[in-house]
Write a protein that binds this ligand. Sequence first.
Ligand code: A3P
Length: 295
Amino acid sequence: MDTITPVLRDSNLYRYQGFCFFKELMPPEYIDSLQNFKIKEDDVFMITYPKSGTIWTQHILSLIYSEGYRNGTEQIETSERIPWIEFQFLHKNDHNSRPSPRLFASHLSSRFVPQGLKNRKAKVIYVMRNPKDVIKSLYHFEAMAAFAETSPDFDHFFMKFLEGDVFAGSWFDHVLGWYKHKEDFNILFIKYEDMIMDLRSVVKQICTFLGKALDDESLDIVVKKATFNEMKKEPLANKENMPEEFFDSKVGQFMRKGTIGDWKNTMTVAQSEAFDRIYQEKMGDVDLHFTWDMN
Ligand code: A3P
């Protein structure tokens, strides 16, 4: 096992092989054990850097796979249907006894996911979002999540993010790690902004990748139920059932704004320019392009 180092700006986290884990919730022995987690060929993993559209995509997958969820007759928590592989304590069920196809969610980097995913048969959907909006969204989330250490102000958080001293570590390492190793996986990359601009097309793309043929009527329902306004109304999608020791709904709501470009309302010009320089340095030669605002 590599050395474990505490993260300087956030005492709730430890850094392990470039990734930042929550100390209390994610012991390194468990994370290491995931390497040998037995993958089935029809498993589907949905992977994101935090605040990139995780719940949204979980919700979409639930709607695609479960007719009962689509027609409102089944009240199963999305995170039970699509459990986190790295947050073992959250789930009562043994993954091995779950019926196939098994759907999983994860924030892990490509380094930590089960080796069996590299058989290129099991499917991976990686969702990414422009990092300036990720910063803004994560800043708010940190304030409402009881397990995260709240930053005194946005400036402090901004530095913490740039240093990768947040859960999941550096955004750049996460996205580049997955993107540069794409040949190792059977992977579909989707972007939050594309979902905002044309949700139906992205849902269709997901269905094609998964080999799930939905008729037009079902597709319409998935798209309608996955809009921000619909999900905001739905207590399970909005995580209203989570205990207060996890999320303090008095501080904020999980379904916060759901837009592109909200970073402009908080980030200063100097911060934005500093971010652009770092982005250029790290991502300049990568063929990935983000939509930064609605214009
Ligand atoms: P904001 O904080 O910018 O509003 P994650 O699930 O990865 O933690 O991401 C949460 C972000 O996704 C939040 O962003 C949340 O509002 C947004 N989101 C969730 N469902 C959405 C939807 N149906 N449409 C648009 N944005 C959505």
